[in-house]
Design a protein around this ligand. Structure first.
Ligand SMILES: [Zn+2]
Length: 308
C-alpha cells in the first residue's frame, strides 16, 4: 500500500492506494500557503491516520503537486501560491519521518502516469493526458516513460497560443489555450456576449453554462460551441505535433464532454489532414475524482516499483 499525497493550491488530499490503483482511505485539509513545517506535520498526521484506517503499513510515499516542482531532487520550485514552501523538500522530510522511499512529480504528470498505468490510457503507447478545469494542464507518456523537458521540466500544454489576439495570460502571452478554453473562459464569454437582460448572468459558472446548454438555453449553447471550438483547436494542435495513440480528457469541464465532442472531432478532421488523426482516440479519463490522488501513488510505482 502506497501513501499518496496530492498537494493543490487550496487543499491537500492524503490517502492510501493499493497496488491496483484503488483508494482504500482518504482525507483532506486546507493548504497553509506559508508555514511549510506545519504543512508537513499535517501531512504526516494524515498519512498515519489513513494508514491506520486502511489497516496496512505504508510501503512507500508518492506525491503529486501543483506548480513547478523538481522531480529529481524532490524540491518545490517557485510555487506562487505556496510562498512558504519554496525550496523545501517534502521528499527528504517524509522519507526521514517514515523511513520509506518517497517520489514527487508535477500533478499533471502524476495523473498522466495514473491514467497510463491504471486508467483509460492503459495499453496506449503514446498518450497525452489533458485536464480542463479552472486551467488546462496535463502530461505526456511515451512508451511508458514520462516525457520530461530539459532539467526535468514539465511542459505546459495549456500555454500554447491559439489566438495571438486573445486575452492576456499570466504566462506572458495572449490567447494561449488555457486562457480561451478553460472553464473561466466560458464564463467570460457569457459575461461579454449575453444580452444585458440574460436571466442567468449573475454568478454563472462553467458547470451552470453546461447544464443550461443541455436544457437548450441559446446563450449557453453558443458559449458551449465557442468552448468546443477552442478545445478542438488545442487538441488538433496536439495531434498534429505528437500523433498520439490517445488523448485522455479529464477535469471538471470534461464532465460535460458530450457537449463538445462532435465539434471537436469535426475540427480535428478539418485540420489534421497530414497525420493519421483518425487513429488518435479521444477518451475520457476513467479514474474519477481521485485521479490526482491515485496519480500520486502511481508516481511511487513509476520511480521505484518496476515489475509490479
Ligand atoms: Zn498562458
Amino acid at each position: 500500500m502506497i501513501g499518496a499525497i496530492d498537494i493543490g493550491g487550496t487543499k491537500i488530499a492524503v490517502g492510501m492506494v493499493d497496488h491496483k490503483g484503488k483508494v482504500l482511505s482518504r482525507m483532506e485539509a486546507p493548504t497553509d500557503p506559508n508555514r511549510y513545517s506545519d504543512g508537513i506535520e499535517l501531512i504526516a498526521h494524515m498519512l498515519r491516520k489513513t494508514s491506520q484506517r486502511a489497516g496496512s503499513p505504508i510501503e512507500g510515499i508518492g506525491i503529486g503537486s501543483t506548480g513547478p516542482v523538481d522531480p529529481m531532487n524532490g524540491e518545490f520550485g517557485d510555487v506562487d501560491f505556496l510562498p512558504g514552501w519554496r525550496g523545501k523538500s517534502p521528499v527528504k522530510d517524509l522519507a526521514q519521518v517514515f523511513s520509506v522511499q518517497v517520489a514527487l512529480e508535477n500533478d499533471g504528470d502524476a495523473a498522466a502516469l495514473a491514467e497510463a498505468g491504471w486508467g483509460a490510457g492503459k495499453n496506449r503507447k503514446r498518450l497525452i493526458y489533458v485536464t480542463v478545469g479552472t486551467g488546462i494542464g496535463g502530461g505526456i507518456v511515451l512508451d511508458g516513460q514520462l516525457y520530461r523537458g530539459v532539467d526535468g521540466a514539465h511542459p505546459e500544454i495549456g500555454h500554447h497560443v491559439v489566438d495571438p489576439a486573445g486575452p492576456k495570460c499570466t504566462c506572458g502571452f495572449r490567447g494561449c489555450w488555457e486562457s480561451l478554453a478553460a472553464g473561466p473562459a466560458m464564463v467570460t464569454w457569457v459575461e461579454n456576449n449575453a444580452p444585458a437582460n440574460y436571466q442567468h448572468r449573475a454568478g454563472i459558472s462553467a458547470k451552470r453554462i453546461c447544464d443550461l446548454a443541455q436544457q437548450g438555453d441559446s446563450v449557453a449553447v453558443q458559449a458551449v460551441e465557442h468552448e468546443a471550438f477552442y478545445l478542438g483547436l488545442g487538441l488538433a494542435n496536439l495531434i498534429n505535433l505528437f500523433t498520439p495513440d490517445a488523448i485522455v480528457l479529464s477535469g471538471s469541464v470534461m464532465k460535460s464532454a458530450e457537449l463538445f465532442l462532435d465539434r471537436i472531432h469535426n475540427l480535428i478532421r478539418a485540420g489534421c489532414r497530414f497525420v493519421p488523426a483518425e487513429k488518435t482516440k479521444l477518451t475520457l479519463a476513467s479514474l474519477g475524482d481521485d485521479t490526482n490522488l491515485i496519480g500520486a501513488a502511481r508516481v511511487w510505482h513509476y520511480r521505484f516499483g518496476h515489475g509490479r
